[in-house]
Design a protein around this ligand. Structure first.
Ligand code: NI
Length: 169
């Protein structure tokens, strides 16, 4: 396994729309293994392939308290979302140090393929639902800060760019 480099907002590659995975093979299973290791190493609860500069529809999440229940989804599609909304404080491994409230569907039903290429359906609510929507957004080239106001997004962008400049000194 290998740790992958996570792209940092506002890297334009984060806005790439991922392509569906055509064949679930060893290459995809290796990508999932590497993404899972990278997510745990970075202490995240979700990671989309887009964030490691692979533009194919693959996400991994683990919202368990023990961080021992990884879930990998290939070609995930939100089949249904509740009209019932929930607002959670979100962060993102691609937007280090920034947390803000985003309103999303409280419950979702997601269909996908598992790492064996078998169809699966996930019914999720609360944190898991938020996490799935956040990661599937990444595959559409959307970072959570794009749910925030333009003013907040501008502030976040300049804060991160400033931190990057300072770390390069
Ligand atoms: Ni994210």
């Amino acid at each position: 396994m290998a740790l992958l480099t996570i792209l940092t907002y506002p890297d334009p590659r984060l806005h790439t729309v991922a392509k569906p995975v055509a064949v679930v093979d060893e290459r995809i299973r290796q990508l999932i293994a590497d993404m899972t290791e990278t997510m745990y190493d970075a202490k995240g609860i979700g990671l989309a392939a887009t964030q490691v500069d692979v533009h194919e529809r693959v996400i991994v999440i683990d919202v368990s308290e023990e961080h021992n229940q990884p879930l990998a989804l290939i070609n995930p599609v939100i089949e249904w979302a509740s009209s019932d909304r929930i607002k959670g404080e979100e962060g993102c491994l691609s937007v280090p140090g920034i947390y803000d409230g985003v309103e999303r569907a409280h419950q979702v039903r997601v269909s996908a393929l598992d790492p064996d290429g078998q169809p699966i359906t996930i019914e999720a609510e609360g944190l898991e639902s938020i996490c799935l929507q956040h990661e599937i957004d990444h595959l559409q080239g959307k970072v959570f800060v794009e749910h925030l106001s333009f003013l907040k997004r501008t502030r976040i962008r300049s804060k991160i760019l400033k931190a990057q400049r300072e770390s390069q000194r």
